[in-house]
Design a binder for this molecule. Structure first.
Ligand code: GLY
Length: 348
């Protein structure tokens, strides 16, 4: 079992990580006034476990599984259920589920009575290696992902690989998107990824989860509010989000990898990343997304990058790998960005 701590100006977040973490740390939560938020998929798998662990009378709000639940209506539904359950200021929201549950339940915890306690118990690979760690909470609004949100650190995160054994290959691919992104930023994660025989092997994934959390925690500790350093965690996301917004047929993690592929092409064209290192990152991406899509409408889909929250000017900001463990931020004019993406597409 590994404990990783994030200390920020206002909070401390402890991440318990490893086989058996749920059985070791979840039962103690019973002593608090709990409010569980989960989704229909997780509830159908773990209903018995929830009531055995947290008590048969624990209030549980089950939201529909999927990205479509990450909206302001669902947010207010949860808050209304918390009020109906009589949750007090010292109450504790437990987010049991994947990224959507973690983001929306975290936002509820930060808003309800100006903030109640929060514990994250991530059940997907993506939420275990990324979204449950670091205190970002949000819902989408209009066309913009994560427009309404807060930074609100969970007091505890309980990461147990038992939950990833039931995931579909699509969900594993989704988590691998963020793991490979971390590999492009961190030497430890990278060295394990390039040695892996099978990226989809559960034993391999259970072993690499703590390395991902350790890396992310080190970034968040230095820059909780994304004033600078934390922006590197958006590698692959500018272009990935733009394609996701326009085409939206694949999982988020796959779009991150597709975005990374197109952005690596840009980095190579601009002489920022090349040689064997760039090839090895491309080969990792292709182990997860075998055929990189050549989008027919680059012109329109690329416009989605304008909405990216990293842009502080009219230019498009992308983060690209440079050398092992090093990245660079690039600012591109929209025309130049579209031209490079089109060139990448035409080279597929
Ligand atoms: N997923 C990126 C971040 O937490 O900053």
């Amino acid at each position: 079992m590994t404990d990783i701590t994030i200390n920020t100006d206002n909070a401390q977040s402890v991440i318990h990580c490893g086989e058996g973490a749920f059985d070791k740390y979840a039962p103690a939560l019973r002593e608090r006034q709990l409010f569980i938020v989960t989704d229909t998929n997780v509830f159908s798998l773990y209903k018995d476990l929830i009531y055995q662990t947290f008590g048969k009378d624990v209030p549980v709000k089950v939201i529909p599984a999927g990205e479509a639940s990450k909206n302001s209506r669902c947010l207010l539904n949860i808050i209304s259920a918390m009020a109906d359950a009589g949750i007090k200021r010292n109450g504790c929201v437990v987010a049991l589920g994947g990224g959507v549950v973690g983001d929306i339940a975290g936002l509820c915890a930060s808003l309800y009575m100006r903030g109640v306690h929060l514990v994250q118990i991530p059940t997907t690979l993506l939420s275990q290696v990324d979204s449950s760690v670091g205190g970002k909470t949000a819902v989408d609004f209009g066309k913009i992902k994560n427009l309404i949100g807060t930074f609100y650190q969970p007091e505890e995160v309980i990461v147990d690989p038992r939950f990833i054994t039931t995931l579909s290959k699509r969900q594993i691919r989704c988590g691998l998107g963020e793991i490979i992104k971390h590999g492009a930023l961190d030497k430890t994660v990278y060295s394990k990824l390039i040695k892996a025989e099978d990226l989809f092997d559960i034993g391999f994934l259970a072993n690499i989860i703590p390395d991902n959390i350790r890396f992310k925690a080190s970034v968040v500790t230095r820059d909780e509010r994304e004033a600078g350093l934390r922006k590197i965690l958006n590698l692959g996301h500018t272009t990935g989000h733009a394609f996701e917004l326009y085409y939206g047929r694949r999982s988020h993690g796959e779009y991150v990898l597709i975005g990374m592929y197109y952005e690596l092409f840009i980095a190579r064209e601009m002489g920022i990343c090349g040689g064997e290192y760039c090839d090895s990152l491309i080969s990792l991406i292709k182990k997860v997304v075998k055929n990189i899509p050549g989008y027919d409408d680059i012109q329109s889909s690329a416009l989605g990058a304008k909405y990216d929250k990293k842009n502080s000017s009219a230019k498009i900001t992308i983060v690209v790998p440079h050398t092992e463990g090093q990245s660079r931020e690039l600012l591109l004019d929209m025309d130049e960005y579209i031209e490079l993406l089109t060139k990448c597409r035409d080279n597929l």
